[in-house]
Design a protein around this ligand. Sequence first.
Ligand code: GBH
Length: 466
Amino acid sequence: ALITSASNLAKFPDGFCWGLATASYQIEGSPKVDGKGMSIWDTYAHIPGKMKNNDTGDVAIDHYQRYKEDVQIMKEMGATGYRFSIAWSRIFPSGTGLANPKGLDFYNRLVDELLNAGIQPFATLYHWDLPQALQDKGGWQSRETAECFAQYAGYMAEKLSDRVKNFFTLNEFQNIVDMGHRGVDMVVQGKPVHIELAPGLKLDNQALNQVAHHTVLAHGLSVQAIRAMGKKGTKVGPAEVMFCGVPIMDSPEHVKAAELATRRLNARFLDVMLTGKYSDAYLQEAGKDAPKFTEEDLQAIGSPVDFVGINVYIPKMYVMASEDESGYKEVPMSVSHPKMSSPWHTFAPEVLYWAPRLTHSIWKPKAIYITENGCAASDEISADGNIYDTDRVMYLRNAMGQLQRASAEGVPIKGNFVWSAFDNLEWSGGFGTRFGLVHVNFKTQKRTPKLSAKWFKEAAGHNAVL
Ligand code: GBH
């Protein structure tokens, strides 16, 4: 018989979560409303020269006021999950001490609205907006920040876990540390690109490794706090920007090399969180710059998690097998490798296959979520009022196709969250870089679903790659 596309859909397993993602500072606005304290982004965005076009998150997409409309739009798009982040400084204006009930109320209203719309809430507890008061006391350079984070996480689990069943601890440990505390220089197709995030520090390697240690410690202590304070069955895991070494071909020797590279690339983060120890290779290479830590720290950091969230945009490198000690060799990326509109974003949809497959084979977590997957595009409004983001549709169907392949091969992938539901403030990149499936006019705040939103709705409805 003829195989028609209808009978041969690349399906995901039943119950697969078709999610959309955002983060507080990128969408909420209202930085001084209802008793919120300052965060490092409220500070950083107002330092002249830090933000493209002097954009700030003061208004962003005004989601704090417009959350009801936004939930309706996501419902209309057929989303079954929504990953949002909680602004720590709304809950504890100075990071610790007395909670601010009005800040909590906002997330209560949001969660109720989501549940009424049939959308499962997934809360990220930290998406980069550290309370400024904690930064003033040393921020992630201080161990106390990790302890304060755990208190806040326990508090959120206590207040929300009757309705929020899934929590992510921190978003993108690697980027918090490297982009926030050193700045990352990349050469993309021959051009230098410098990427920096708040607080915009330039620390040395020892201090950086200590900051890294405090972020994973914050994760581990918060897992314990959530277990202690949350309702039975509350699930928790990290949301890391996985650094994936993609093998140059699917043959045992190169896959082995990719596993070695990937474990090494994630030594300070996923590897220590999922094994409870720093690898010998990492400690040896760090030498005198290694972080200071105790056995007790490692026990907390390795607290068992229910799932691992990975943000997947690009391969960190292509790798092949090698005779030398490490067992792998980086394959330089061709200058003509195609890319999406962001300078750092090489187009390599196969990473949506390899990142979950390697996460599974290296660390065997119980479950995996793709906590971010998406791309920026130019997104011009055409004469007929529509936004034909064909490049994003091309991106998503290729990326989701690769993800479906990993899923069909048995990798336990529970869901995917497209970054992002709405155009928003792309950090220091400003409003010019649009990642949304829904277009936002930043002057009028009008929301207009793009072609990719239609694609998402159809695909979610069929639970398949269309
Ligand atoms: C993730 O960051 C984040 O979790 C999410 O918040 C972010 O919006 C998304 O991916 C897309 O970037 O060259 O000045 O434009 C990934 C790391 C951080 C890389 C911000 C690009 C913009 C720097 N990204 N960065 S700029």
